[in-house]
Design a protein around this ligand. Structure first.
Ligand SMILES: [Cu+2]
Length: 306
């Protein structure tokens, strides 16, 4: 609120000055309306500044869902934050204890949190229309369930395209007994993606033409490259293409939304922001990773981590 009023004060000042200098009110109002997003949001928070919460602590935890502008890979995007960040906080639980999570929905629409891969009573699963009604705008829902397993998971919205807008985070359940994995340093890593497009648009584009974001499709023009890359003869390359055509699919369908619209994120940071994970020489590092959806390339990158 304070920042907004400071901005309107500044802008009305520069507008007045502008009017005095040029006397052109039309041009002045044009400039005001077309102010780029970064100029309005000089002190916008960066994505990837998330904390860690213990959901099996006695008093439980509070999660706040909000629409918020964030700097993502250096550009301002409007996403859904959990406690002010994308991804949301790392939620820890301890096997054998009870989890207590109050979710406050400050979005203008219904929301939900699904605890991916967690064994729990059906009414705590967080899938609207199946196990509960969803969390209406402005309301709070309390999740409470016994934790019966351990491992690395994630949580996310099960409402509309909210997950694509940043409504997800990592969920780590520590074993009741001593951790069988021995390590000195632990890094938690969430691999995800972000688009500055409206996710509804992305979906509509894919429905219209499945290769919308794929600019590396096999074509007649690059048939030589295909033969070279695969070692196949001309007839084989054409036959393969025809059989995919027959299925009305691309071989790349598993990654149908590409870097053409996606910024790939590691803990909410883009490759340009160079996220780093430090360890001293000789230390054993444990890398606890969660990955919202299948990403073939990133999966391989990840094997090196353990
Ligand atoms: Cu899930």
């Amino acid at each position: 609120m304070k920042d907004q009023s400071r901005f309107s004060e500044l802008s009305s000042m520069s507008r007045r000055r502008f009017l005095v200098t040029t006397g052109s009110s039309t041009l002045a109002s044009y400039l005001m309306l077309n102010r780029p997003a970064w100029a309005l949001n000089a002190d916008v928070a960066r994505s990837g500044n998330f904390g860690e919460l213990d959901a099996t602590a006695e008093e439980g935890i509070d999660l706040y869902l909000e629409n918020q502008d964030l700097l993502i890979g250096g550009r301002v995007g409007r996403g859904i934050t959990i406690n002010g960040s994308i991804p949301g906080p790392v939620i820890r639980m301890t096997e054998g204890k009870d989890a207590l999570i109050r979710v406050h929905n400050r979005l203008p629409e219904s929301s939900s949190i699904h605890w991916h891969g967690i064994l729990l009573p059906f009414d705590m699963d967080g899938v609207p229309g199946i196990s509960f009604a969803g969390i209406p705008a402005g309301e709070t829902f309390t999740y409470r369930f016994p934790v019966r397993q351990n491992g690395t998971y994630w949580y996310h919205s099960h409402s509309g395209f909210q997950e694509q807008l940043g409504h997800y985070g990592q969920l780590i359940v520590d074993p009741a007994q001593t951790d069988p994995v021995d390590y000195d340093v632990e890094h938690t890593v969430v691999l995800s993606d972000w688009t500055f497009e409206d996710p509804h648009n992305v979906f509509r584009n894919l429905k219209t033409i499945e290769g919308y974001y794929n600019f590396q499709r096999p074509t007649l023009a690059n048939i030589d490259d295909q033969m070279q890359a695969t070692g196949m003869a001309l007839g084989e390359v054409i036959g393969k293409r025809l059989s995919w055509q027959g299925m009305r699919m691309d071989p790349t369908d598993i990654a149908d939304v590409t870097g053409a619209t996606y910024t790939f994120l590691m803990n909410g940071k883009s490759a340009d922001e160079n996220p780093v994970f430090l360890a001293e020489p000789g230390q054993k590092v444990s890398c606890v990773s969660s990955m919202p959806r299948p990403r073939p390339t990133m999966m391989f990158a990840f094997q090196a981590c353990r």
